[in-house]
Unconditional design. Structure first.
Length: 94
């Protein structure tokens, strides 16, 4: 199995932390969270406060949305030029 890069919104919640812990054992995991420094994330899980902080050259294989609430206007929209290598990421562009 090849290593994939997962981008997870809501990764600091109850279900998100459990999922991150499992995925981080064999994959790269990046979490988008409103929290600046969330506690209890699995070792090696990267945390961003806004999707725009993701490097445009950083390939994302899978996007999982577990967010209970919108990241809000502070997160801002994802630029059209940044598709996260996912054609079904409209929810992240709002």
């Amino acid at each position: 199995m090849s290593v994939q890069h997962y981008l997870i919104t809501g990764g600091t919640g109850f279900i998100g932390r459990a999922l991150c812990r499992q995925l981080a054992q064999q994959h790269r995991v990046t979490v988008v969270s409103r929290q600046a420094r969330p506690t209890g994330l699995a070792e090696g899980v990267r945390c961003l406060q806004r999707p725009q902080q993701l490097d445009p050259n950083d390939h994302v294989d899978v996007v999982i949305n577990l967010a209970g609430e919108s990241l809000g206007p502070a997160a801002g929209p994802i630029p059209a030029s940044r598709n996260l290598v996912c054609r079904d990421c409209a929810a992240l562009r709002h």
